[in-house]
Ligand binder design. Structure first.
Ligand code: CTP
Ligand code: ZN
Length: 155
């Protein structure tokens, strides 16, 4: 059956982040540095759109931009079912599911102020993903466990 409504217009060139866990569209926008006063291309944000897979989902569409791998990993932390669609001349030319790596290097910081990764030493933060949903990551250096709320504060 054809869809009755197209919630937001198709984009011409850029990236559609689809199947974002409902409630996280604004967090994804923030990860991408979209704060409201940025100049640049058209950005459309849709929230609580009906989805067969997820019940409800959010979407972020950005004209004229592709994402870098760190941005994709950050999105995967909050929205493990998200798909990234690259659009060229209105066509989806590439579709990939985000995939949270087992080990995160340099993507997030340890919330333990005493952790060696927060000292002046040049130690890159490193975390093990213990659970994707609900999110739980463990610091390689101090064993501190962070959950989604702790990570959201950093974005
Ligand atoms: N889209 C867009 N602009 C385009 C092409 C696609 O905004 N020029 C959006 C669609 O609205 C959809 C997403 O990009 O939200 C993926 O497009 P498509 O693969 O055509 O949709 P589906 O088959 O429904 O995707 P999926 O199977 O991943 O749910
Ligand atoms: Zn630590």
């Amino acid at each position: 059956m054809p869809k009755k409504t197209l919630y937001v217009a198709k984009i011409r060139n850029g990236t559609v982040i689809d199947h974002i866990t409902a409630g996280h569209a604004m967090d994804v926008a923030k990860i991408l540095g979209i704060a409201g006063r940025t100049n640049g291309g058209i950005v459309t944000i849709a929230m609580n759109v009906a989805s067969k897979k997820l019940g409800k989902k959010d979407m972020v569409k950005i004209e004229g931009r592709e994402l870098n791998p760190d941005e994709v990993d950050k999105i995967a932390l909050l929205a493990p079912h998200a798909s990234i669609n690259i659009i060229r001349n209105y066509e989806v030319i590439e579709k990939k599911e985000v995939k949270l790596p087992r080990v995160l290097k340099g993507i997030i910081k340890c919330a333990n102020p005493a952790c060696i990764s927060n000292s002046d030493e040049p130690v890159q933060p490193k975390f093990y993903v213990e659970s994707e949903e609900p999110l739980s990551v463990k610091c390689h250096y101090c064993g501190y466990i962070m959950e989604k709320q702790d990570i959201l504060k950093q974005f």
